[in-house]
Ligand binder design. Structure first.
Ligand code: HEM
Length: 514
């Protein structure tokens, strides 16, 4: 009996891969790999794949390196790798800026290396699986990322140092921009929300208003990646209109019973809906009605998954799949009074305090996702040829890119201007003076994201219509646009609020008395 062995290795970007065992699995077929065997196949590889393929498959196949494989494009010796294309990174990465110093650069390097190694290569896999491995929360905590995404970082309750050795007392709004911008480079809202979507909005009320008992119980566990927290304030009939929520907490002396409310309209509302991270959260910061109708009758309770009567189930959404968007049902849940966050009937104020920070988080993410669209398109347009020339050599493609770039850069500049303003005034003043512009900026960023995702999908054509492969990020981001344009205040509400609030503030502070 004859025995035939086929050995196949190829060189891609100065790394040698043994693809013998991969031949049968290769989605592009065995023949192309065999044809390229024994050669430097970088050019062919680049024509059909994105870099992420090698991040994912490379470590298992690589058997050596030649030439300068390990050299990177480190710009200033701090191991930071800049985007290969124009506008692939914000301008301050390569040009001067008054806003950033060495500590921002150190933070950028640390978060970027975490994202490149631990997140980007797996985004597609986690999107399909609709969840992240639980171990990722620990990894992100150890890297200091979980603490860096929340407002008012509580130094004494942080189990790990911040990324890049940044001190808690030095952390400013620009560090906030850097952290969220770098995280969002992974190009998956689902992954970003899984890591910090619930944490960024569910934990601050506990930090700012919780008793020592609640803080000790919850904060180190969540910032340490051992427990997950989420904010539950959205009901089937109360979304952006938080003051209208109905979930009732009945006072029973030393505890509340959280349940359906049968109100004057006999509407039964035991359900919280669209709750980010709800599927796997351990703690729920829940808005409940403890008093009169409207925003003066709302309190915040810390409800725990272990309490009988709490149940969650995954919602089927068009995007952000791994973020665990849930329906949550509270039925006769006995919640001890010690789990009340702050004072009774003050919950609406507590929620409002974090709105600007939450909205700025959405702005940073949406604008980076729009930038990811530009980056992916510029890389692709430089290799894909149609009608005898590269896509980038077609004026219609450059026109699309130009319109994408001008919107992203304008939004980024506005974002930095807001961070600068936040740096200049106390928190109470920020809430009043910056609420209007931040609401408008949120709408600006999500419309920019929507525009860029659409144009990128047109540039990628069929590749953006199928999941995975070269169009992976574009296909996913296109599906995630609504998850940014609606939550945290829909575009319509943001634009209206932005005008109303800014008008009032201007009348109060600036307008000459008539
Ligand atoms: C280390 C070497 C390689 C690995 C790990 C690899 C991996 C993959 C993967 C995962 C895909 C699915 C689509 C994607 O995720 O991008 C794919 C598709 C493909 N590959 Fe490769 N590949 C390698 C080398 C090559 C080479 C040298 C060629 C030569 C031309 C090639 C040609 C193709 C083609 C034509 C497709 C289909 C593209 C499409 O669906 O649009 N691959 N490869």
């Amino acid at each position: 009996m004859g025995f035939t062995a086929t050995f196949s290795w190829i060189i891609v970007h100065d790394k040698v891969y043994d693809v013998t065992k991969f031949l049968k699995e290769h989605p592009g077929g065995k023949k192309v790999l065999l044809k390229a065997s024994g050669t430097d196949a970088t050019k062919q590889f680049d024509a059909f794949h994105n870099k992420g393929v090698l991040d994912q498959y490379g470590p298992g196949l690589q058997i050596g390196t030649i030439g300068s494989a390990d050299a990177d494009n480190d710009q200033d010796g701090d191991n930071w790798t800049v985007s290969p294309v124009a506008f692939g990174d914000p301008m301050w990465h390569t040009l001067a800026s008054p806003y950033y110093n060495d500590s921002h650069r150190a933070l950028r390097t640390a978060v970027r290396s975490f994202v490149d190694k631990e997140l980007t290569p797996y985004c597609h896999e986690w999107d399909e699986a609709k969840q992240l491995p639980r171990s990722m929360f620990k990894k992100a905590a150890e890297a200091g990322i979980l603490a860096a995404v929340i407002q008012n970082i509580p130094k004494d309750l942080c189990p790990y140092d911040l990324p890049g050795g940044v001190k808690v007392e030095d952390f400013d709004p620009f560090h906030g921009i850097v952290t969220m911008d770098e995280l969002s480079r992974c190009g998956s809202g689902g992954v970003v929300w899984s890591i910090c979507g619930g944490l960024g909005i569910g934990l601050p009320p506990v930090i700012q208003h919780g008793s020592d008992y609640l803080k000790k119980k919850v904060v180190p566990a969540c910032l340490g990646g051992d427990k997950v927290i989420c904010l539950a304030i959205t009901e089937p009939t109360a979304g952006s209109d938080v003051a209208g929520l109905k979930c009732e907490a009945r006072d029973e002396g030393d505890h509340y019973i959280v349940n359906a409310r049968i109100g004057p309209d006999t509407f039964l509302s035991p359900i919280q809906k669209w709750i980010t991270n709800g599927v796997y959260a351990d703690f729920f910061t829940v808005a409940v009605r403890t008093g009169e109708n409207g925003f003066n009758g709302i309190s915040l309770l810390l409800i725990e998954r272990t309490m009988p009567g709490v149940s969650t189930r995954q919602m089927k959404c068009s995007g952000v799949w791994p973020s665990g968007t849930a329906y949550i049902t509270f039925e006769d849940v006995h919640v001890p009074k010690e789990n009340l966050i702050g004072k009774e009937n003050r919950g609406f104020k507590y929620i409002m305090q974090n709105f600007n920070h939450e909205r700025m988080g959405i702005v940073i993410q949406a604008n980076r996702f729009a930038r990811v669209c530009i980056e992916e398109c510029l890389i692709y347009a430089d290799k894909r040829r149609t009608f005898g020339k590269k896509l980038i050599d077609h004026p219609v493609i450059r026109n699309k890119l130009g319109h994408m770039i001008r919107q992203v850069e304008a939004t980024h500049a506005w974002m930095e201007a807001m961070a600068y303003q936040a740096q200049q005034m106390p928190e109470e003043e920020q809430a009043i003076r910056l609420g209007g512009p931040i609401a408008l900026l949120k709408a600006q960023s999500t419309q920019t994201f929507e525009y860029c995702a659409r144009e990128a999908a047109q540039i990628f054509g069929g590749l953006a219509y199928t999941r995975g492969g070269q169009g992976e990020k574009i296909e996913r981001l296109y599906r995630e646009v609504r998850a940014y344009a609606i939550p945290g205040g829909s575009e319509e509400i943001m634009i209206d609020l932005g005008v109303r609030q800014s008008k009032k503030v201007n009348e109060f502070f600036n307008a000459p008395k008539l």
